[in-house]
Design a protein around this ligand. Structure first.
Ligand code: C2E
Ligand code: CA
Ligand code: CA
Length: 280
């Protein structure tokens, strides 16, 4: 039994070691991927719940891995964050998303051209020159600033950082909108919402799931809707998978939603087809 214990310990050590090596390897591969720009952006529609039409499209990064195929962010975002590579990756996504949005803007009638919503990590937002790079990419793409939404997280706001506050104000002054992503998962203190310059709340999927079946869930979302209306924020419900949940959300006057029920994230070539199809 003693020997077995030792064997288990060795295996445990090996697993730790592996994980460390795997992370190092992933980090090295990610470095190369940044240099080669081996990423693609997929887009998931954000739909108006009353009409089913796309108001916007959320840009979601994928890594085109040479051996493992197309990888979703859960495979690499943690390493990208801790290595700082999220900054160049995020800037690449921003530039790409603005170019794609400019193409929709040029192709579709103005009232049908969706905005593009780009995720920005706290680290990327706080990187010196972020605001300047947003301006530069908007100008380069020729996209009106009101066609861009930046999705930030509560954690960025909770630092109570004066520079962050100023940068958010500057971005909104030029017409860029700001969404608070995964709303409800952060901290209990809502007081920061009073002073925070934001336009949109995205309610996290766990609050949306089975809202139709659970009274408390529904009451909670109604509470968020009231809060949002007081603060003059619009609301997007994330991760809607069932018609019953969509209907319950419409009943509590939630204006926008996103989820597999409407559409999964699409590769760029499919986006225009979906937009044109959804308009009919
Ligand atoms: P998120 O911003 O909360 O994005 C929503 C995630 O939920 C996406 O996963 C989307 O594909 C998925 N989703 C959408 N509808 C449904 C649904 O009905 N059911 C379920 N189960 N899932 C749904 P994805 O694309 O794997 O992205 C995961 C996370 O990675 C994102 O969560 C976001 O935090 C991060 N991320 C993605 N792209 C970027 C980026 O360009 N920069 C940064 N910093 N983070 C990114
Ligand atoms: Ca998001
Ligand atoms: Ca989210």
């Amino acid at each position: 039994a003693k020997g077995e214990g030792k064997g288990q310990w060795r295996r445990y050590q090996a697993a730790l070691h592996n994980t460390f090596l795997e992370r190092l390897e992933l980090r090295a591969e990610l470095d190369k991927a940044v240099a080669r720009e081996s990423f693609v952006v997929h887009y998931q529609p954000i739909v108006a719940l009353d009409t089913g039409r796309a108001a916007g499209l959320e840009a979601l990064v994928r890594w085109n891995h040479p051996e493992r195929g197309v990888l979703t962010p859960d495979h690499f975002i943690a390493v990208a964050e801790e290595s700082g590579l999220i900054v160049p990756i995020g800037n690449w996504v921003l530039a790409q998303a603005l170019r794609d949005a400019a193409a929709w803007w040029r192709t579709l009638p103005a009232d049908a051209a969706p905005y593009v919503s780009v995720n920005v990590s706290a680290r990327q937002f706080r990187d010196a020159g972020f605001v300047a790079s947003v301006r530069r990419h908007l100008t380069a793409a020729g996209l009106p600033p009101d066609r861009l939404v930046l999705e930030i997280t509560e954690s960025l706001l909770l630092r109570d950082d004066e520079q962050v506050r100023q940068d958010l104000a500057t971005l909104r002054d030029i017409g860029v909108r700001v969404a608070i992503d995964d709303f409800g998962t952060g901290y209990s203190s809502l007081s920061y919402l009073r002073q925070v310059p934001a336009d949109i709340l995205k309610i996290e999927k766990s609050f949306i799931d089975s809202i139709a079946a659970h009274h408390q869930q529904r009451a909670l979302v109604e509470g968020i809707m009231r809060l949002a209306s007081t603060l003059d924020l619009t609301v997007i419900a994330e991760g809607i998978e069932h018609t019953a949940d969509r209907d319950a959300l419409a009943e509590v006057s939630c204006p926008y939603g996103q989820g597999y029920l409407f559409c999964r994230p699409l590769a760029l070539p499919q986006v225009m087809d979906w937009l044109v199809g959804a308009r009919q």
